[in-house]
Design a protein around this ligand. Structure first.
Ligand SMILES: *Cc1c(COP(=O)(O)O)cnc(C)c1O
Length: 366
């Protein structure tokens, strides 16, 4: 979605200067502008958020046979890259306060797997994980933190942007995210070795071509670099990020104030430590009305809503992976949750139409 057409100018420039390629001014500038906006030390623009997780894990040192702790309540793209490196995910439950990784379960995971050196935390739906606790536990166990901030671009934890706390943070510009380039991602690097790692990741993402006149390769490479045209769209979108965050927060507050009087419905948590980008407004149902009733009821009114991500430890593809439980919180949020329509183009009229439909569904059953 384009709000004010800032994208056109940068994309046109890519054409005018004939840099229709995975390199050029837009790529370099987009990386700089994003790192500057968020406060990351360095960044690498890539073809997808998933590619950023893959190369972030590789840059952090994940190797074949390593165990990687990963939040269970997330989209599959958080966990898949662990398996690309032939490492082994162990899934960690959430807590109700943050909806994100439970520090308590993480602590117990380290008791069971003291050898584990990597943790992937996800800021789910733009909500911030309990970073202070999680970072403390990682430090105590000498583990590296990787933040999946694909859904939380613009969210702040204690005043600082998510994605800038871990050694690596990843963001996504997929079509459904708060800003989009149609597809794309970025790896944020936050430690003292950020410049060195950025160079390394850029090298891997462009097929690991050695500096030689002939085509020389000492390492396996990937075709993961963002194109200069796509980066042009990203530069335009970055200019409207703050406005989008404001609108997403408005949508969350609108739903909350128009529906909170109803029995059997509650909203995803917001806590003092966080300033969520409210990427999607999610609800929890506790009465007779089940998520499927909302999904189907809204569908009848031509309104699209979505289920909550199904936790990774419940997925057949990860059936052989271990899981550290905290009282089945992830499963509970999944089984009782719905993501409401949260597009920044929605008008008050649209929002009222959704609220009215939800009210009718709830009243007809409860
Ligand atoms: C979207 C998403 C990703 C993957 O990003 P892509 O750019 O689509 O590859 C990773 N993690 C989470 C939590 C996401 O929502």
């Amino acid at each position: 979605m384009s709000d004010e057409g800032f994208e056109q100018e940068f994309v046109q420039e890519a054409f005018d200067t004939n840099w229709i390629a995975p390199l050029g001014k837009n790529v370099n500038e987009f990386e700089k502008e994003m790192a500057h906006k968020l406060g990351a030390k360095n960044s690498v623009a890539l073809s997808a958020g998933t590619a950023a997780i893959h190369l972030g894990l590789k840059a952090a040192g994940v190797k074949e046979g390593d165990i990687v702790f990963c939040q269970s309540l997330t989209f599959s793209a958080s966990a898949n890259p662990i398996t690309y490196l032939n490492a082994k995910p162990v899934f960690i439950d959430s807590d109700f306060e943050s909806w994100c990784m439970s520090p308590e379960a993480l602590e117990r995971a380290f008791e069971k797997y003291p050898e584990c050196k990597y943790v992937v935390v996800v800021h789910l739906y733009g909500l911030c994980a309990k970073l202070d606790e999680i970072m403390r536990i990682c430090r105590e166990h000498g583990a590296t933190l990787i933040e999946d901030a694909a859904e939380s671009l613009g969210s702040k934890y204690k005043g600082k942007y998510t994605g800038t706390f871990g050694k690596c943070g990843i963001i996504s510009f997929n079509g459904n995210k708060i800003i989009t380039t149609s597809g794309g991602g970025m790896l944020l690097l936050n430690d003292d070795d950020a410049d060195e790692l950025a160079q390394k990741v850029t090298f891997w993402s462009t097929q690991s071509r050695e500096k030689a006149r002939h085509y020389q390769h000492k390492e396996i490479g990937y075709n993961y670099r963002m194109s200069n045209v796509v980066a042009g769209i990203g530069r335009g979108q970055l200019k409207v990020l703050d406005k989008r965050v404001e609108k997403k927060q408005y949508i969350y507050n609108f739903y909350k104030s128009h529906l909170s009087d109803l029995d059997g419905i509650s909203f995803m948590p917001t806590y003092d430590w966080e300033e969520s980008n409210c990427w999607l407004t999610c609800i929890q149902l506790s009465g007779k009305v089940r998520p499927i009733d909302i999904l189907e009821g809204l569908e009848k009114c031509d309104i699209e809503s979505r289920p909550i991500w199904k936790p990774m430890h419940m997925q057949p593809v990860f059936a052989d992976c271990d899981y550290i439980d905290n009282g089945a919180v992830a499963q509970h949020i999944f089984e009782n949750g719905v993501c409401l329509p949260s597009d920044t183009k929605m008008t008050d009229e649209d929002l009222i139409r959704v609220c009215t439909a939800i009210r009718e569904i709830l009243n007809s059953k409860n």
